[in-house]
Ligand binder design. Structure first.
Ligand SMILES: C[S@@+](CC[C@H](N)C(=O)[O-])C[C@H]1O[C@@H](n2cnc3c(N)ncnc32)[C@H](O)[C@@H]1O
Length: 193
């Protein structure tokens, strides 16, 4: 296993031990999960793709490989260590330190992003383990920034096919399980209702 992968596992494991509810997983997502997340995005527009919960960049890598230009990608995480790691890993992408519940404020703090439209949001946030009030605030922020055609792609380790109750304001478009991940995960694609 490459040394960089080992270090990213150690970083993730350390963050999990320190704050398991915020980190949500003991290891980074697999490339299979990353590719399924990226596949949930339409490729025919040019607005920003906002990634919530960048971690060590497992999903970011798949988004870039799927053809999303660095210039269109804005990734956010509330962990300084994760942001520092991902900034080194993707020096051309915009990786911001901040809380997803303050997303509009965070985007507005970047002068060159203020006038850019957001097309889609991809989220690895552990919605099931974060405090309910925080999840409500995050869902409201995403609802505010997404246009009517905008997609929210979210994964969860809860394999049941029902839409996430925290995301009631969105309409579930498609959902499938990725078994090649530890643990297996369900990827759900929502549309702004
Ligand atoms: C399950 S990890 C996913 C990391 C990576 N995308 C992956 O799939 O391997 C969740 C990430 O969300 C971040 N996170 C949790 N709550 C957050 C919040 N309120 N705002 C921004 N990031 C948050 C954590 O720091 C962690 O890096």
């Amino acid at each position: 296993m490459p040394i960089k992968t080992l270090i990213s596992y150690a970083l993730f494991g350390g963050a999990f031990i320190t704050d398991l509810k915020t980190t949500g997983s003991v290891i980074p997502s697999s490339p299979f999960l990353g590719r399924r997340m990226a596949a949930g995005l339409p490729k025919d527009d040019d607005g920003l793709v906002v990634e919530l919960g960048v971690g060590t960049g497992a999903i970011t890598k798949s988004l870039i490989e799927s053809g999303i230009d660095h210039d269109r990608l804005v990734a956010v995480d509330c962990s300084e260590e994760m942001v520092r790691w991902s900034q080194k890993r993707f020096p051309d992408a915009r990786i911001l330190l901040g809380d997803a519940s303050k997303l509009r404020e965070l985007l507005a703090s970047q002068p060159d992003l203020r006038d850019r439209k957001v097309s889609h949001v991809v989220s690895s946030l552990p919605l099931k383990s974060l405090p309910k009030d925080l999840v409500r605030a995050i869902a409201d922020e995403v609802e505010e920034i997404l246009p009517p055609s905008g997609r929210l792609v979210q994964f969860t380790y809860d394999l049941r096919p029902q839409p996430d109750p925290h995301l009631r304001q969105f309409h579930l478009v498609e959902s499938s399980v990725v078994w090649c991940n530890f643990p297996p995960a369900r990827v759900s694609v929502y549309q702004a209702a």
